[in-house]
Design a protein around this ligand. Structure first.
Ligand code: TRP
Length: 374
């Protein structure tokens, strides 16, 4: 398949990220920009070094302001609709690094109406259940409760709705149609929704009564929302938000599309999976770049570039460049077998999940600390 599709509601096909950069009009993160970021962080996160975060909007503006002493805040989010999987964690782990390194506030939005409005059969009771579950995953990653604020659309509507109206007054139906492909048959909640996703990009400025720059780390499929947001915010007297954007973690089956909770559940690894489930999923479903027999593999070697286990190590689980390179070389030369590569991944994932699941249990008593006082 050569075609691909990337929208906030659908990601499919073999994604050509260079073409996507052109289509969306975002900027690639180049060496000069990474060097500039590095001046402030001393070390670059491996997701930057490896271009897992590969594109941005307005990072120059953000760093100009930062260097003048005008600190930014971070904004990201999650529409509760199902279990959190490894693909969701990628931008959040990076966001946590940004929060720690720059010592900045984070506003984390849970638009608990989004999937109710967009998904057939999704009830509000369902989104409330997933809201609770998903908050545990975010807290489990270790965000600092003193600097992290959860904005829950229905709970915090009193704070958000007026601002959303100001945004939506500037958005016509035809803008929403062309940006998101919505049509005359779309429900009016879905048409309004993008205004709610715009709000956290400037609400902290409204509350502080002064303009604070905003940086949104997110997977690239959310860019259409923030393109609209960026068009409108200056008209309301706010800065355009900057953004930094990552690729998708592939599903276990291979390079097409993204890890998703709604496709077959064996294509994703969830944060609540047991060690046995992880082992089984990786061994059975993770697409392999290996040869069909051991003999052939020893002779011709494997292809780490299409091997999903290797890609998960590169994108998420092996921060050490030297170790990663060793795995790459050994697999490519045929010295390392597919089973051995999978075993490395399984161990890494299970070690991560063991800690994550313990933190998730502790998170239950911490939710209150992240909610906005009212
Ligand atoms: N629309 C996102 C989702 O489907 C949720 C979200 C809201 C978000 N605000 C965001 C994601 C900001 C990234 C950045 O999950």
């Amino acid at each position: 398949m050569t075609g691909f599709k990337v929208t906030p509601w659908e990601v499919s096909g073999n994604i050509d990220y260079d073409r996507l950069v052109q289509q969306f009009g975002v900027e690639k993160l180049n060496d000069a920009m990474l060097e500039r970021i590095k001046k402030h962080t001393s070390d670059l996160h491996f997701m930057l070094r490896r271009r897992v975060f590969f594109a941005h909007r307005d990072m120059k503006f953000l760093l100009d302001e930062y260097e003048k002493g005008n600190k930014f805040f971070l904004y990201t989010g999650r529409a509760p609709s199902g279990s959190v999987h490894l693909g969701h964690l990628m931008p959040w782990i990076f966001t946590k690094w940004l929060q720690d390194t720059f010592n900045v506030e984070l506003w984390f939005q849970f638009p608990d109406e989004e999937k109710f409005l967009f998904k057939q059969g999704m009830k509000f009771e369902d989104t409330q259940h997933w809201l609770n579950e998903n908050m545990l995953d975010v807290i489990a990653l270790g965000f600092d409760p003193k600097k992290t604020h959860f904005l829950i659309d229905t709970r915090d509507a009193g704070l958000m709705y007026k601002e959303a109206c100001k945004v939506s007054k500037r958005i016509t139906f035809s803008m929403v149609k062309s940006t998101f492909g919505l049509g005359n048959d779309s429900n009016t909640g879905a048409i309004f929704y993008t205004a709610m996703q715009a709000v956290p990009a400037f609400l902290p400025s409204v509350l502080a009564k002064k303009e604070i720059p905003c940086l949104i780390p997110h997977a690239v499929d959310q860019d259409p929302h923030f393109r609209l947001t960026r068009d409108i915010l200056p008209k309301l007297g706010h800065y355009k938000p900057a953004s930094i954007q990552c690729v998708f973690l592939p599903p276990l089956s291979g390079v097409e599309g993204k890890m998703s909770a709604s496709s077959a559940s064996e294509q994703a690894i969830f944060t609540t999976d047991t060690p046995e489930m992880v082992k089984k999923k990786v061994n059975k479903y993770a697409f392999s770049g290996g040869q069909s027999t051991i003999e052939e593999h020893r002779k011709k070697g494997g292809n780490p570039d299409v091997d999903v286990s290797y890609q998960y190590l590169r994108m998420l689980f092996e921060p050490d460049d030297k170790k990663l390179q060793q795995i790459y070389d050994d697999y490519k030369s045929g010295k390392m077998l597919t089973g051995e590569l999978k075993a490395i991944l399984i161990e890494k994932v299970n070690a991560f999940l063991k800690k994550h699941q313990a933190e998730r249990v502790k998170a239950k008593s911490k939710i209150e600390k992240f909610l906005i006082k009212r």
